[in-house]
Design a protein around this ligand. Structure first.
Ligand code: DQA
Length: 142
């Protein structure tokens, strides 16, 4: 089983960016924790981070993974293109957010991605990725 993990814009800055909201961990340490949790379930993971909407669309469109774990970051709230790319793929997918997007500014309360993924996990810091991964593995295993 292989899972694609997509990190959207500015998540390459984790550990430096708004630490009070997003925590101290870098994307590398979060990825290492995701990889460890995946290995415990004999699952392969591929990581992809981009600040560019079209690159994320291309990646979603071309992946041969069994599931997608995605933090679309700011594109959550704006991207019809990423939504359509996710909707076109009939593979299980989970949207995750470090922060609780519903407890923040109003413009973050709407996710264009949420209606086309299997489910969403928001507000558990880096654990959102681990919970999302576990949900995805269970979904794929049926
Ligand atoms: C985020 C929440 C988004 O609103 C924000 O634009 C991000 C990160 C999160 O993980 O909490 O960049 O997706």
């Amino acid at each position: 089983m292989k899972i694609l993990v997509i990190h959207g814009p500015n998540l390459d800055l984790l550990g430096k960016r708004e630490k009070d909201i997003y925590g101290e961990d870098t994307i590398e340490t979060i990825n290492a924790e995701i990889r460890k949790a995946a290995e415990e379930s004999s699952t392969d993971v591929e990581f992809f981070q981009s600040n560019h909407e079209g690159d994320i669309v291309d990646k979603v469109g071309s992946t041969e993974s069994d599931g997608i774990l995605i933090n679309p970051a700011a594109y959550t709230h704006t991207s019809v293109a990423i939504r359509d790319a996710m909707s076109a793929r009939e593979i299980p997918s989970v949207e995750v957010h470090l922060s609780n997007i519903y407890a923040r500014e109003e413009f973050r309360h709407k996710s264009l991605i949420a209606p086309v993924v299997t489910g969403q996990i928001s507000g558990f810091g880096k654990k959102s990725y681990i919970y999302g991964l576990k949900a995805l593995i269970e979904l794929i295993n049926g």
